[in-house]
Write a protein that binds this ligand. Structure first.
Ligand SMILES: C[S@@+](CC[C@H](N)C(=O)[O-])C[C@H]1O[C@@H](n2cnc3c(N)ncnc32)[C@H](O)[C@@H]1O
Length: 405
């Protein structure tokens, strides 16, 4: 079937129409004409796979990754970086139209669009490391990844060598995190299992953990090897970080994001909600009279406490539990929730309060637009800036500045 790509979906797929039905087609560009076969059919839409590009976009490139068609982690390797940014802007415009915003959208590109990630998580399967495909949901063994910083790839090779020698029944995944003083390898087990240390691992700090997801409070660090300290430097501030704490994955873009937020905050008492390990709180504390950080994860809160300035207070709580009290004393709030967005109670309490301005940082459109639908009844969107924190992938970091009507 021959179709024309007329739009981009929020998850980076080309959109075509055929006999009135919408078809999502990965790895295409708007304006292209492609021959496709339908690989999935639902009542409201189909998913197609390209069999031949009949009219190619002038931005088309050869995808450099051998796993591009299988893995599904990347969405834009088939076009130039310049085009990727144009398509992402188009996607964001489509999303923000849903809340009535048709104004400007500024773009902040990433310094490098390859090897920018300071953290990757690989699934373990019978001695192999790989990703769970976003396309087939099958395990795809990988030897390399274009998203990971190159020091991480060195550690991945060592871990692969190690796992050829030692077989583990309960090893679920292996995390690799790059810090200023090296790459940390975290072996995450579903159940505790005897770990055999080998000198091949000597160059790396090693953590053994147990749990579902490393960043959860339920994950337990059971043992450490070779760990001296892990430091993370951002905007000339140095932090000591543990294995579980959240960090932005692209330091270059994170610095630009924090800088933008600080420049746009103009309040006396600022709530930094979902504050992580307090990097942003500390930067805000240099400008505002008082900064109140709220973070539910214990280890991140613990780090925020170690970098506290006199005008900073940190709450180890869920934002929804403390917002009604805190919103009474603040005039500005920064919201940087995880993918799930804000609980309705958080938005309701902000709306009821005297908070004049909001900066909402989001890595997920669907929850961003859901939350903006509430907020824009009372707050006007003043500025939108898109930070390309996750080049090559369809994930996008968006920062929205709002002011009360
Ligand atoms: C996207 S991260 C942002 C962290 C921080 N602003 C930064 O730039 O590093 C979201 C953070 O919110 C925390 N979190 C998730 N749900 C929460 C909740 N209901 N209340 C408070 N913190 C929460 C997570 O542990 C994580 O640290």
């Amino acid at each position: 079937m021959l179709v024309k790509i007329i739009d981009m979906s929020y998850d980076g797929n080309g959109v075509a129409k055929h006999s009135g039905k919408t078809i999502f087609i990965p790895h295409t560009d708007v304006g292209e004409e492609v021959e496709i076969e339908i690989v999935k059919s639902r009542s409201k839409f189909d998913v197609g796979s390209v069999t031949k590009v009949v009219k190619a976009s002038s931005y088309r490139t050869i995808p450099p990754c051998p796993y591009y068609n299988e893995c599904g982690g990347c969405a834009f390797q088939h076009v130039s970086y310049q085009r990727e940014l144009m398509l992402k802007k188009m996607i964001l415009q489509n999303e923000l139209k849903k809340v009535g915003y048709i104004g400007d959208i500024d773009i902040e590109p990433s310094k490098s669009n390859y090897h920018y990630r300071n953290k990757i998580k690989l699934t373990h399967k019978q001695g192999e490391l790989g990703y769970i495909s976003a396309i087939s949901h099958d395990f795809v063994g990988i030897k390399s990844c274009l998203l990971a910083e190159s020091d991480i790839l060195d550690a991945v090779n060592v871990a692969r060598e190690y796992l050829k020698k030692y077989k583990y029944a309960h090893l679920k995944s292996v995390y690799f995190r790059k810090f200023n003083d090296g790459v940390m390898i975290i072996f995450l087990f579903a159940k505790r299992e005897a770990f055999l240390y080998d000198k091949i691992l000597d160059r790396f700090p090693i953590f053994l953990a147990e749990g579902e997801v490393l960043e959860s409070d339920k994950a337990k660090i059971n043992k450490k090897y070779n760990v001296v300290k892990m430091s993370y430097k951002i905007l000339d501030e140095e932090f000591k970080i543990d294995a579980k704490s959240f960090l932005q994955v692209n330091v270059d873009v994170a610095e630009k994001l924090y800088d933008f937020v600080v420049k746009n905050v103009d309040g006396k008492t600022v709530i930094n909600a979902y504050s992580g390990q307090g990097v942003l709180s500390k930067l805000l504390a240099k400008k505002a009279e008082k900064v109140i950080g709220v973070e539910c994860q214990k280890s991140s809160h613990g780090i925020a406490e170690t970098i506290k300035m006199d005008n900073m207070t940190n709450y180890n709580a869920k934002v929804e539990e403390v917002i009604s009290k805190l919103s009474k004393e603040a005039d500005f709030i920064v919201l940087d929730p995880a993918r799930e967005g804000c609980k309705e109670k958080v938005l309701e309490e902000i709306i009821k309060s005297n908070i004049k301005n909001i900066i909402y940082i989001s890595c997920n459109f669907s929850t961003l637009t859901r939350d903006l639908k509430h907020l824009t009844k009372f707050y006007k969107i003043q500025k939108v800036k898109f930070f390309d924190m996750f080049p090559l992938t369809a994930n996008m970091e968006t920062c929205v500045v709002l002011e009360k009507y």
